[in-house]
Design a protein around this ligand. Structure first.
Ligand code: CA
Length: 230
């Protein structure tokens, strides 16, 4: 199940920038430019994370945070143009889990978001999508793959390939498509996909020479050979 992130920010540009980054993580994104609407949405949609700008035109970000905190423990990442120590501390006191000062890099926001969600989960429930009768379990939040019960470390590129394939098990993804879907891969050639797949198989497959998880479809590309457990 995809995580839902709510972005509360009245500046359209920033809102849409964050949306595109968050969606690339495979997260569902709700956005609003209104603090009042944010309070309502937080209750009706129960997002897994709120990214909240402090400077809103209607209701202040502080009030939104306080209201959200009143009824839930949804993690809050604050965006603030105010750089003073006092403002930051105040934000954290209001129940924000972390803050990023504007102007920010979207990557930094993503790192913080991941960190917050990871923290939240450490005491929480087990998430993850499992495939092939739990032969592999992919936990997008932890960025972790469990293969036949053991956690396996993947490089970001291997992770990107596997999660792309797992979006739709059985569907064939061409090398080019995989290149396009894996971030930071822009300048690589289609051949590099093959070498990453080779490494991925070494980590995942019982027999890397007879792969059943990352299958080759001759002349077409790769697909996940497992079906999703439900
Ligand atoms: Ca603003």
């Amino acid at each position: 199940m995809a995580l839902t992130v709510m972005v509360v920010e009245d500046e359209l540009k920033i809102r849409e920038l964050l949306r595109s980054y968050l969606e690339r993580e495979g997260w569902a994104v709700l956005t609003t430019g209104s603090g009042a609407e944010a309070i309502t949405l937080a209750q009706s949609s129960a997002p897994d994370l709120v990214i909240l700008d402090l400077g809103l035109p209607d209701v202040s970000g502080e009030t939104v945070a306080t209201e959200i905190r009143r009824s839930s423990s949804t993690p809050i990442l604050m965006l603030t143009a105010r750089a003073s120590e006092e403002d930051r501390i105040r934000g954290l006191e209001l129940g924000a889990d972390d803050y990023v000062t504007k102007p920010f890099s979207p990557r930094e926001v993503m790192l913080r978001a991941h960190a917050i969600l990871r923290r939240g989960r450490d005491g929480g429930s087990t998430r993850g999508r499992s495939f092939g009768g739990r032969e592999i379990v992919i936990d997008e939040d932890r960025h972790e793959v469990v293969v036949r019960g053991g956690t396996v470390e993947l490089t970001p590129t291997e992770w990107g390939i596997l999660t792309a394939l797992a979006t739709r098990p059985g569907r064939v993804y061409s090398r080019l498509e995989l290149l396009n879907r894996v971030r930071g891969f822009e300048f690589a050639s289609e051949r590099t996909v093959d070498s990453h797949v080779k490494n991925l198989r070494r980590k995942l497959e019982r027999d890397p020479h007879d792969p059943t998880i990352v299958e080759t479809v001759l002349g077409a590309g790769y697909r996940l050979g497992l079906t999703r457990d439900d």
